[in-house]
Design a binder for this molecule. Structure first.
Ligand code: SPD
Length: 348
């Protein structure tokens, strides 16, 4: 590469004159960096959009390999960028995709698409809520798009839905661009707290909630704390005996070590049952997402059997909109694990 090309690509040279990334970036990526980009397509593009395609945390120069899924990229064709701004906490991007509807991206990582968000929001909400009788008090950690609230509000037994989301801009953006999710905020049982979830839970009376749903972003940056022991300990304290928590728990294909660590910490802390479940979601890395479900010491919870089946809850299948992904069969199936997961995670 000549000096000008390097400058265009933002290549930094170390004091010995060696390009920073030459040592770490495979030759195929260096080649991709060197290929000319269409200036028209690149104009006004976001850093994760290259030649009209968005890729999870891959910059224009392919430098930003995400540590959560090194060596791979997941791409969607972009029709139009609708919003991009930096909030106090993260960079927020919304774009219209060619095939998955509108897409929400935080700090370069895809959070949801209109087409497949149902799989994530329905499973993370109903797996725990259908595993206990008559949940009443529920807390959502994160979930500022409102999709999980929409799902919880199908349960007429629920009296109180607290939500603690750190980033007000995510809520505002969802209200503007994702009304089918943000509709969740309209339920009068919802109480919104904008702030730090750890602090919120620390100040929560012991045993307040029947269920807590942790709808976080990936554990890089601030969300790192949400997969660690002190956070789990606070959650366990905030749950009633036999209360349940459902944590977003990444991909069994990519993150078996992380899952293993979370599962063993949860076993020690929650002292009831601990299970791993998963669902297919095409736009998340590796096409799946997992959930760790735990109950605290007290009345036993058998997550694998939905004792509070959604099909029997009055109006639940149709509330706000028809359920698209979850049903009692999907509930039971979600706990069937491939042999390598049973072996490596020691489940369950
Ligand atoms: N790898 C992305 C995981 C995103 C989890 N949170 C999604 C928020 C949807 N309510």
């Amino acid at each position: 590469m000549d000096g000008d090309a390097e400058r265009d690509l933002g290549v930094q040279r170390t004091t010995d004159g060696k390009a920073d990334d030459e040592a770490t970036i495979p030759s195929c990526c260096l080649k991709a960096q060197a290929s000319p980009l269409d200036p028209e397509l690149e104009a006004n593009c976001h850093a994760t959009v290259v030649s009209g395609w968005f890729s999870d945390k891959v910059g224009k120069h392919m430098y930003f390999n995400n540590p959560m899924w090194p060596g791979e990229a997941h791409s969607l064709e972009v029709e139009q960028i609708l919003f991009q701004e930096k909030s106090e906490y993260q960079e927020i991007l919304v774009f219209e995709s060619a095939t998955y509807g509108k897409v929400l991206v935080l700090d370069g990582i895809l959070q949801l698409t209109e087409k497949d968000e149902c799989a994530y929001q329905e499973m993370i909400a109903h797996l725990p809520l259908c595993s206990i009788e008559s949940p009443k008090n529920v807390l959502v950690v994160g979930g500022g798009d409102g999709g999980v609230l929409r799902e919880i509000s199908r349960h007429s037994s629920v009296d109180l839905i607290d939500i603690c989301e750190i980033d007000k801009m995510v809520i505002d953006v969802s209200k503007k661009f994702f009304p089918e999710l943000a509709v969740g905020f309209e339920d009068p049982r919802v109480h919104l707290h904008v702030g730090d979830a750890a602090e919120f839970i620390r100040n929560t009376p012991e045993g307040k909630y029947d269920a807590i749903i942790v709808d976080s972003s990936d554990p890089v940056g601030p969300a790192q704390e949400l997969v660690k022991r002190p956070f789990f300990e606070m959650i366990a304290r905030a749950l009633r005996p036999g209360g349940v928590v459902c944590n977003m728990a990444e991909s069994m294909w990519l993150h078996t070590h992380l899952i293993q660590d979370m599962v063993s910490a949860c076993r020690e802390i929650f002292k009831g049952s601990v299970h791993y479940a998963w669902a297919s979601i095409p736009t998340y890395p590796s096409g799946v997402i997992g959930f760790i479900l735990c109950s605290t010491e007290g009345p036993a919870v058998d997550f694998k059997v939905p004792i509070n089946p959604i099909e029997k809850l009055e109006g639940a299948l149709e509330h706000r909109r028809k359920l698209r992904f979850y049903n009692s069969e999907m509930h039971r199936a979600a706990f069937a694990l491939p042999s390598f997961v049973k072996r490596e995670v020691g489940c369950l």
